[in-house]
Design a protein. Structure first.
Length: 280
């Protein structure tokens, strides 16, 4: 038998019997459930479910047919190990990109990088070191929409499924974010929703905060307002300068972005209005 791992995901109106129906069908076709998570939101009455299971690859179409009979077509089944075609976008700071590339090289992230895109040339050497195509796409007010249209074309041509903003310091236009809704993950160098915008560490320093952090979220039309996937904080005190805070924050950003991308790749993230449900 050709046993493979698959991920079943479902988001629908909450109702009795969904877990039983799903697990019974998987067992009926010879599937083995490895991991199962579910959540029913008491406010929205929405139900979210993720099931990791093993099954003979030749039986996956049979499983889909049987699940459609009891659940309809609201669910999705994806291969667990198949690398996701991804574009990474950066500007001048390379700590998040470096961490991602290391994790991918160590086979901890199933990603197939189609290209690294940047509005500067500062990090081209990192792409060259890993033999990854590098697209230099300078952006200014005059050419922004034209450059984004070209980028969208390249994304579509490569069948890219995920775009990672690894400290890409340009605001994407609503035209682009709408076309790629749910497929763009950004790392913001602040513990949102506080200290949004430019120089959040300096804002935190001026306010004398004791905690700084980073936030990974899906990108929407509203700046830094997308559904939050992952966050982390670091404790500081009065002795930390803005430069030290940036260094501490950079390490936090790298970890948070890595975890958010990993959750997304493993189909652990569900959007629930302006929030997310994340099965860790």
């Amino acid at each position: 038998m050709n046993i493979n791992k698959f991920v079943f995901t479902l988001s629908c109106e909450d109702q009795i019997g969904i877990i039983a129906k799903t697990s019974n069908v998987i067992a009926e076709v010879g599937g083995f459930i490895v991991e199962l998570s579910q959540y029913g939101d008491p406010e929205t009455h929405q139900f979210f479910m993720r099931c990791l299971f093993e099954l003979d690859h030749n039986k996956i179409n049979l499983l889909r047919e049987k699940l459609e009979q009891v659940l309809g077509k609201k669910f999705m089944i994806n291969s667990y190990d198949e690398p996701m075609k991804t574009v990474i976008m950066v500007s001048k700071q390379g700590h998040c990109l470096n961490h991602l590339l290391h994790q991918i090289h160590a086979e901890k992230l199933p990603i197939d990088i189609q290209m690294i895109v940047s509005n500067h040339l500062d990090l081209k050497h990192m792409a060259d070191n890993y033999q990854i195509p590098f697209l230099h796409l300078p952006v200014d007010k005059a050419n922004k929409l034209q450059q984004e249209e070209y980028l969208l074309q390249r994304i579509q041509e490569s069948n890219t499924e995920l775009v990672i903003l690894a400290r890409y310091m340009q605001i994407l236009s609503p035209h682009l974010t709408k076309r790629l809704a749910g497929k763009i993950i950004n790392i913001h160098h602040s513990f949102l929703p506080c200290f949004k915008g430019a120089k959040p560490y300096h804002q935190a320093y001026e306010r004398g905060v004791k905690l700084i952090g980073a936030t990974a979220h899906y990108v929407t039309d509203e700046l830094d307002e997308g559904p939050i996937i992952e966050q982390e904080v670091a404790r500081i005190d009065h002795s930390n300068s803005p430069k030290q805070m940036v260094q501490i924050g950079s390490e936090v950003e790298s970890r948070v972005l890595y975890r958010a991308v990993k959750y997304h790749l493993e189909k652990r993230v569900f959007t629930n209005g302006i929030k997310t449900v994340v099965f860790k």
